[in-house]
Design a protein around this ligand. Structure first.
Ligand SMILES: Cc1ncc(COP(=O)(O)O)c(C=O)c1O
Length: 442
């Protein structure tokens, strides 16, 4: 057999958050004196956030548990008592919610949940995604559909809130849309959706008889006077809803690989009941999700030290959001929306600022040649081109906005830096580099 047997949709899988790492690593080998500043990936451990002592204690206690239970398989859908805890938590946060332990499934991280969720939609059923979006959602959706992803717009002129008219027009144009995805708080923009916007999305979903998927992996990470509104409360009895949560972000343990899906209000439609059943059946095929983090999840979030931890974490993120947005706002070439939740920011280049011939004067010969080879691709988006030059010139590693399926040029950074001096120096250097890059074509 000489014909290719690789899946025909493989090119639809794109994850520039990690792809840029290969470029940065190569620059490090070409110029060992270059220190890379990793602002590409949302991993608190990489940015020196300490693992709270109470998490380590709970882990040690669990490992020493005489039953050795965490070394064995768990129930395929998750440890029953832990699922019951998830259901009780959901009810505590949203009194109208009727979630039951059987409506919860654990996965080995939400990345795995995302892959499974899109796989279990029929190829003809589409999910309407926000633009910009977290690339794993768009990649898997498009991979299974075998078509370009369908987007509604988050509006940078309105603090990145969803543009309701773009949701409505996509639904009118595409009756094949089965669900709308919300990422709230949002990666990559750092926005937190308002109650009014969420209520409108629920109304629209009800009108069209479709489901909502709400990725809330950052739901505890909200600050700057904002509040996370429980969509479970708005959707109760009205719209089928899948909520996605996990341990990767609000406790710094992304390597633990632990997330879960909550299936709310599935009985409202026969087809959502069937879909939830299909996801559970698919999960059965993996025997079970990572057990150790699951086992300690209730003790972790119910721990008396957790509230102080999350408060300190959010305070640090809020300070960073203020400092970084103030520095970046001094650039006349950028539009900056301050982060209000999660730990990302997506500054955009003002219209027409990026042009194909722009450069930065990279002093190191081999690095310059390497970057010039990379950007020689005429199809490379202009913001990716900028990000490559920035990396070669300063060592600052951010991700182009185009990698998040954004219709506008910009970049995404993380707001996790712990050292205020380093943070301020990084973003001051970035502003200077932008100035140099943009004016290089004049
Ligand atoms: C919006 C969003 N959903 C899901 C994930 C995946 O999280 P996990 O570490 O649980 O796979 C991420 C990770 O960055 C994310 O930003």
């Amino acid at each position: 057999m000489n014909t290719s047997y690789t899946h025909k949709n493989v090119d639809r899988l794109s994850y520039q958050i990690r792809e840029i790492v290969e470029v940065a690593k190569h620059i490090e080998t070409l110029n060992p004196e270059m220190n890379i500043t990793w602002e590409n990936i949302g991993d608190p451990i990489v940015k020196n956030w300490c693992v709270p002592g109470f998490l380590k204690t709970l882990l040690k206690e669990e490992i020493d548990n005489p039953t050795d239970r965490s070394f064995g398989y768990a129930h395929s859908r998750g440890i029953p008592e832990v699922r019951a805890w998830v259901a009780a938590q959901a009810q505590k946060m949203s009194p109208s919610c009727t979630l039951d332990a059987d409506d919860v499934v654990f996965t080995s991280g939400l990345g795995s949940a995302i892959a499974i969720m899109y796989q279990m939609f029929d190829a003809g059923a589409r999910v309407l995604l926000p633009s910009p979006t977290y690339p794993t959602h768009a990649s898997f959706e498009a991979f299974h559909a075998g078509r370009e992803p369908l987007f509604y717009q988050l509006d940078p002129e309105n603090n990145w809130q969803p543009d309701i008219s773009s949701i409505e027009s996509q639904l009118d144009a595409h009756p094949e849309i089965a669900a709308i995805l919300i990422i709230n708080p949002n990666n990559p923009t750092g926005t937190v959706h308002t109650k009014e916007v969420l209520e409108k999305i629920v109304e629209i979903a009800k009108k069209h008889g479709i489901m909502i998927i709400s990725d809330e992996v950052y739901f505890r990470m909200v600050y700057d006077g904002e509040q996370h509104v429980q969509i479970t409360e708005l959707a109760a009895g009205r719209v089928p809803l899948i909520v996605m949560r996990g341990l990767s972000k609000d406790i710094p343990w992304p390597g633990g690989r632990c997330g879960w899906l909550e299936f709310h209000n599935m009985a409202l439609q026969e087809r959502t009941l069937q879909y939830a059943k299909a996801v559970k059946q698919r999960i059965l095929m993996e025997v079970c999700a990572t057990r150790l983090p699951q086992q300690i999840t209730p003790a972790l979030y119910d721990h008396p030290e957790f509230p102080a931890w999350i408060e300190e974490y959010n305070k640090g993120l809020e300070d960073n959001a203020h400092a970084i947005s103030s520095i970046l706002s001094t650039s006349p070439y950028l539009t900056v929306n301050r982060t209000k939740g999660a730990f990302y920011m997506m500054p955009l280049f003002k219209e027409g600022m990026l042009k194909p011939g722009q450069t930065l004067p990279i002093a190191h010969d081999e690095v310059r040649k390497f970057i010039e080879e990379k950007v020689a691709d005429p199809d490379m988006p202009l913001d990716q081109r900028f990000v490559y030059y920035l990396l070669g010139y300063t060592g600052i590693c951010v991700v182009p906005a185009s990698g998040f399926y954004s219709g506008r040029s910009g970049f995404r950074l993380t707001t996790l830096e712990r050292d205020p001096k380093k943070r301020d120096a990084t973003y001051t250097t970035l502003v200077d580099a932008i100035d140099r890059y943009v004016t290089s074509s004049v």
